[in-house]
Design a protein around this ligand. Sequence first.
Ligand SMILES: Cc1cc2nc3c(=O)[nH]c(=O)nc-3n(C[C@H](O)[C@H](O)[C@H](O)COP(=O)(O)O)c2cc1C
Length: 446
Amino acid sequence: MDYSNKKICGPMVRCSTLAFRLLALEYGADLVYSEEIIDYKMINAKRNYNELFKTIDFTVDGTEKPLFQTSEKEKGKVIFQIGTNNADRALKACKLVENDVAGIDVNMGCPKEFSVQGGMGAALLKKPDQVKEILTTLVNGLSIPVTCKIRCLHTLEETLELCKLIESCGVKAIAVHGRFQEERSRMPNHDDFIREITKTVQIPIIANGGSNDIKNDEDIEKFRVNCNASSVMVARAAMWNSSIFRKEGTLPLDDVIKRFLQISIEVDNYFFSTKYAVQQMLHEELSSVRGAAVLGSLAGEEIYQIFGMLDQYNDLQQRKEDFFRFSALKRKTEEAENDEHKKVKENEKLIVRHAKYSKKDFREGVYTPKSILNAYTIQNKLPKPIYRTEEKLPEKVYKSTLEYNDFFYTTPYWEPNKKHTEQAAAMVCLESLGISYKHEDQKKKN
Ligand SMILES: Cc1cc2nc3c(=O)[nH]c(=O)nc-3n(C[C@H](O)[C@H](O)[C@H](O)COP(=O)(O)O)c2cc1C
């Protein structure tokens, strides 16, 4: 992989998800960085291929949002950024994604308290031994290129020393954000430091920090020339309007937001990530009616409605439901084939019926199927109902089986709502025992 002559979309926590990176690539970015992912979180992630959205998801058990998600569409162009203070742990985390990404970048510039106090990000700028250990471990242990992203130190001499040390570790490029650790992004960027670095090291230097003056593709090139750099990394300006990478010119913001929302549907972007990115794109009009509506939105359909894309959003929900139903059927068939004998035995005590719990059917009363069954249990001094709920990944759907008085009750469905599957299992049980639970019957009874 060559890091020269590249327009790069920089790493941004909460923003640089797969959907956002695909948007930047579509508009002409050559490489895209993931948001920083901390090594100790990543080492617990499991890799899954999501058949519905054709994405590769790295998710930690018990969490909903993948820590990192990628797809064939960004193959060869995505750089995974790691946050670390430990060489072995960093290597372990990077090994997990080694075959799915084009390169690894070590974040050595993050000034946030969380990073610095944990000895990560900008804390590393003053720890040459640790920098050396982390970078050489990654360079020697991985088959893909390793780079790092730094900020400038207070003197040019110190900064040049650091860059020489980094180069000696075998990294393929250095991204330099031309600000000191304590400098905020509205302050001027030290383009002069970047220029001097390019004269001191041989590997490509990626200039970063120019967003305040970048409004289009030409500005990206101006920044590159001014820094004498091989490549440019753009972060905030790309977040505000990703089409700045287009050679043909920047597009109106509404077109960009709608395209982003469409891609978010295609890769099932996590709602809060979609919301965050749209908020950033609308940063100049957050006090408008539309901006306030985005800020206040609590679910995907609200944002899609604001941008007139509710039909597309509903299509997505339908696709998901169809897929879950199809997967459940497929799994059931496979289970039946693999485990025919066991199933026959279990089936003698397993009661499967169609039942779907819907909150609105019980809205006016306090009597849910589970509470009715509990009351019946207490009245008749029976053993407590036991609910066992299975989870199926990556679809994140659930099926509950109720063990009650030596029998098992369940439905044929896998559903996205865990609590509803328990209620549905209780409905199957109540129906099998001939106990009425429907709201109308309860009203008559009372
Ligand atoms: C919302 C946000 C999140 C960021 N997250 C990261 C990150 O995860 N890793 C990193 O190295 N830098 C991160 N940065 C810093 C940017 O990558 C970049 O270095 C900085 O914004 C300067 O570049 P710019 O002028 O093009 O914005 C973040 C910046 C912003 C605004």
